[in-house]
Each structure stands twice: as structure tokens, then as C-alpha cells.
Design a protein around this ligand. Structure first.
Ligand code: ZN
Length: 231
């Protein structure tokens, strides 16, 4: 259900996938990101675990979810986490008209900014599927697009805390961007419990590798041109 971006390459519609686009940042640092929330059932649990670990992360929110739980969205920001935009509805941007994609990004941005009181600086489209219209809309709103270098595959029915840790650490971690989910609205019901269970174990793994954890904004990614076009 999610496409895994390579560390470098060209996507079918011509956007060059650069290390910057997938979130390769400074060595010794891991950018921790959560998609699909905020969710009244699971997001508070994730926030509690992050608080215990002393971690701050980036939350790529859905406008649709924020309208259902605006106070929770504000709580995420108040806890010191970075607020980012995943889209308004969780749909493939390539299946939308250009105008539809632009309206989706604009509505998500406005909803999320109004609820949280912050202006999001990062955009990650649903499924990581890039479309010119959504990238352009993101840039017009001052957002740079960032995907991920590794993920926990935590949306699956088969996922366990252990499998999430194994999946996260199997790919580009040092200087990488980790994708997890703080809501199961697009995943197997209850799958967020595997994510939650994985967090303390990930802390051990990262500590053993000498890696600090933080939001995308602290990852040292240049925001001016998070994507480029092939020459
Ligand atoms: Zn998503």
C-alpha cells in the first residue's frame, strides 16, 4: 500500500528522487516521523511514549483527521513536536485532477495551521506518491517535500513490536528518516500498538548506534529545493 522510494532515482513522472527528498540528513541523527494522525485512540499513547523517551518527532497530519480532533492536533504541537502536512484526504495524488490535488494540499495546510497555531514546513503526500501539482502546491505554501529512508511496516496485520524494529533498522538509519504511523485509519485495526511497543526497543537500538533522535526540522535537510527535476 506504500511505495518505497529508492535513495536516488527518477520516478515515473519525472521527479528526481534525491537523498534530500527521502530525508537523508546529518549523520548521527535520526528523524522520527508519524503519519496519518491525529487519532484520539492512538496518538495520546504515542505522545506519552515519546515523552517518556524524551523524543520529539514530526507528525504528518491529515486535514480530515485534524477536523475531527483539532484539540488533539494542538496538543501534539504543544508537546513540542513538529507539525507537518500529509494531505487532507488519504488519496493517491496522481488520481486527482491538478486542481483537486492543489485544493487538497491547501485545505490540509489551512486546517492544520488553524488547529495547531503553527505553519507547517514539511509535506509528505499519501503513499509517498509524488505528483507535480501536489509538490507545487506544497511549495506555494512554503513546505518542502520529504519522504523517508526507512519504515517500520507497522501498518500490517502481521506487524509486531519486534518486526517494526527489525524493519526500521534494516535500511538507511544513520542520518535517515523513519516512517511510522500514529493512527490505524489507513492501516490494519490496532496496528498502532505494534508501533507503540516498538518505540522503547528502537530507543535501545538507536542508543547502541550512538544515534540521537529528533524531528525533520532538526535533521539538517536543506529546505530550499527538496526536489529537483531531471536535466
Ligand atoms: Zn499515510
Amino acid at each position: 500500500m506504500h511505495g518505497l522510494p529508492a535513495l536516488a532515482g527518477v520516478s515515473p513522472f519525472g521527479v528526481r528522487v534525491t537523498p534530500r527528498l527521502v530525508g537523508v540528513g546529518r549523520r548521527g541523527h535520526v528523524a522520527l516521523t508519524f503519519d496519518d494522525g491525529p487519532d484520539p485512540v492512538s496518538t495520546p499513547e504515542i505522545l506519552g511514549a515519546l515523552d517518556e523517551l524524551g523524543w520529539q518527532a514530526t507528525f504528518f497530519m491529515l486535514g480530515d483527521m485534524v477536523r475531527r480532533a483539532p484539540l488533539l492536533a494542538r496538543e501534539v504541537a504543544a508537546a513540542g513536536h513538529e507539525i507537518a502536512v500529509h494531505g487532507d484526504e488519504h488519496r493517491n495524488m496522481l488520481r486527482r485532477t491538478p486542481g483537486g490535488a492543489e485544493r487538497d494540499v491547501a485545505r490540509a495546510y489551512d486546517t492544520i495551521a488553524a488547529a495547531t497555531g503553527v505553519e507547517p514546513r514539511w509535506f509528505r503526500p499519501p503513499f509517498g506518491i509524488l505528483s507535480f501539482s501536489s509538490l507545487r502546491a506544497a511549495r506555494r505554501h512554503g513546505m518542502a517535500t520529504v519522504l523517508w529512508t526507512t519504515w517500520g511496516r507497522d501498518w500490517r496485520r502481521e506487524a509486531t513490536p519486534d518486526s517494526v524494529v527489525v524493519d526500521v533498522t534494516r535500511r538507511y538509519v544513520d542520518g535517515g528518516t523513519v516512517l511510522l504511523h500514529d493512527s490505524d485509519c489507513e492501516s490494519y485495526p490496532g496496528s498502532w500498538k505494534s508501533t507503540l511497543g516498538a518505540l522503547p526497543r528502537l530507543a535501545e537500538e538507536f542508543a547502541a548506534r550512538g544515534l540521537a533522535v529528533g524531528p525533520v526540522g532538526a535533521h539538517g535537510i536543506e529546505r530550499t529545493r527538496a526536489f529537483t527535476y531531471p536535466r
